[in-house]
Design a protein around this ligand. Structure first.
Ligand code: SME
Length: 158
């Protein structure tokens, strides 16, 4: 059973991730269900960071379909290579977008979103989805987010 998450008030994002990481690992370690684990990861990240939108898109029959998330309603389907999420999937790369208006083909699910980071989620060699985090602030994500969010997506087992 899940315990309450310990949220820290530090504004240092490294401290925030260091506090959250073992808690997320513990939260999903005893559970095999992918959707349940993705839902709790999205909730834990939202609680600690209060980002505008955080959640998953899952690969289904050659497109990305909206999965567990926290935040406003979002686009449900994204084609491979389209937008930031589809680009991350197609290239197998982490994509950091400091200003979404400057990213060709960015899919605006909300006009309030200004910057974004998207990471592929793997099961073995195969990409099973992406983690997408959106901020209402410009240039909100950097190498620190990439470093820790990679660790978090590596906890996920399909
Ligand atoms: N902006 C994303 C679409 C997903 S929403 O932001 C939740 C993109 O360009 O792929």
């Amino acid at each position: 059973m899940a315990e309450d998450l310990k949220i820290i008030s530090s504004t240092d994002k490294k401290d925030q991730y260091e506090s959250l990481l073992p808690q997320i690992e513990a939260l999903i370690s005893g559970e095999d269900d992918l959707i349940a684990n993705l839902a709790n990861i999205a909730a834990a990240l939202k609680e600690q960071f209060n980002w505008f939108w955080v959640g998953f898109y899952l690969v289904k029959e050659n497109e990305l379909v909206l999965g567990p998330f926290q935040g406003p309603v979002a686009c449900t389907r994204i084609q491979k290579g389209r937008g930031v999420c589809g680009t991350s999937w197609a290239t197998s790369e982490v994509v950091i977008v400091p200003d979404v208006e400057l990213f060709p083909g960015h899919i605006a699910c909300s006009s309030a979103s200004r910057s974004e980071i998207v990471l592929p989620v793997y099961h073995g060699e195969e990409i099973i989805g992406v983690l997408d985090v959106d901020s209402e602030y410009l240039s909100h994500f950097d190498d620190t987010d990439e470093f820790y969010l990679k660790k978090i997506v590596n906890f996920i087992h399909a």
